[in-house]
Write a protein that binds this ligand. Structure first.
Ligand code: PSU
Ligand code: MN
Length: 334
């Protein structure tokens, strides 16, 4: 175990008796975060934990499918031997592990919750607001309490025409600076996939694909882009994560898991809707952090819900594999 991980765990242990709210010591300051009792117990005992993001709940899917999916994904993580830790900021307090009531609150708040990337964390905390964390903010908070494995659907990337607009998701820079493994189905073709992979290389991020040599493209199994690493089992993933921790590289790992085959056929149909939605976004001048939620919702409308069904299926598949990776990692670190 690294000394910083040991420090974090001993901090958690020391505060376990104080109830839900624990103070996590960083390098210079300490802040209050609320770690759910199941999560803090698992962390203090070195048991497998899987972090889950919350923008996918508030901005990524409509109600009530967002709530149903969030609960089902947590169930899949549990059924595969790990403890789920959905992360969000509620009333200004970063929460690691949400109760069912808290999940419900976030799901019904929907886009009224603030989409919170790394740049927004301090503001949401300072104002006592409700923040749904994106991949970048979720990685930051997961890492703060010593969670190594994080599951989601897809991450942000370099947007199409990003070479002009500079719209590059902070998920990519976070992967370059935070040692958490993100298990996802790749990035959507609403983004520029080759440039996203180039940018990840620049950031020093280890990019692997699960049981394939090509990076997946969310709704479809392949983007046509080769990845530098291939992993075939949860144990392969765990060894990669462990090596990354031991080397103190400080950067993250991206593990792309292709969408299950039975859902990938619809991926090709979804592509044409993506192109239409992109055109509309440009016509309506939608940009910045509003672009991804707009495209997701519009593609869902245009496909009559097919894209949402695929999205839900791939998140569940990622949760199953991510939990197995967390279990394998906990065994390796015993
Ligand atoms: N891609 C999806 N679903 C999502 C997101 C991305 O298929 O819900 C969310 C994630 O929270 C991701 C964020 O971190 O969008 C990226 O937003 P932006 O492109 O504004 O960085
Ligand atoms: Mn952006």
């Amino acid at each position: 175990m690294t000394s910083s991980a040991a420090l974090r765990l001993s901090n958690l242990r020391r505060h376990l008796d104080l109830g839900d709210t624990v103070r996590v010591n960083g390098f210079e300051a300490s802040i209050t975060v609320k770690v759910g009792s199941e999560v803090s117990e698992a962390l203090s005992l070195g048991r497998p934990v899987v972090a889950l993001e919350s923008t996918i709940i508030s901005h990524g899917m409509p109600y009530p499918q967002n709530l149903e999916t969030a609960k089902e994904v947590e169930g899949i993580v549990r059924d595969n031997g790990a403890v789920p830790a959905t992360i969000a900021i509620l009333n200004g307090i970063p929460c690691i592990g949400l109760s069912v009531e808290e999940l419900e609150r976030l799901a019904t708040l929907g886009t009224k919750a603030q989409k919170t990337a790394r740049r927004d964390i301090a503001y949401v905390v300072a104002r006592g607001g409700n923040g749904a964390t994106t991949v970048s903010a979720t990685m930051f908070l997961a890492s703060m309490v010593g969670i190594h494995v994080f599951v989601t659907g897809g991450i942000g990337g370099v947007h199409r025409h990003g070479e002009h607009t500079m719209d590059i998701s902070s998920d990519l820079t976070e992967l370059g600076r935070t040692p958490v493994a993100v298990i996802c189905a790749g990035v959507k073709s609403i983004l520029d996939i080759p440039r996203t992979l180039e940018y990840l290389e620049t950031q020093g991020v280890c990019v692997a694909a699960y049981k394939t040599n090509e990076f997946p493209a969310f709704f479809t199994e392949s983007s046509g882009c080769k990845v530098p690493c291939r992993v075939d089992t949860p144990e392969d993933c765990a060894r990669l994560i462990e090596a990354n921790i031991k080397l103190k590289l400080g950067s993250g790992i991206l593990i792309g898991v292709p969408i299950p085959q039975e859902h990938s056929t619809s991926g090709h149909i979804i592509e044409s809707s993506i192109n239409k939605a992109l055109k509309e976004a440009r016509e309506k001048n939608i940009s910045g952090n509003a672009e991804t939620p707009f495209l997701l919702a519009r593609v869902n409308e245009l496909t009559g819900g097919v894209s949402l069904a695929s999205n839900i299926a791939l998140v569940k598949n990622n949760a199953r594999i991510g939990a197995k990776v967390a279990v394998a990692l906990a065994l390796l670190r015993e």
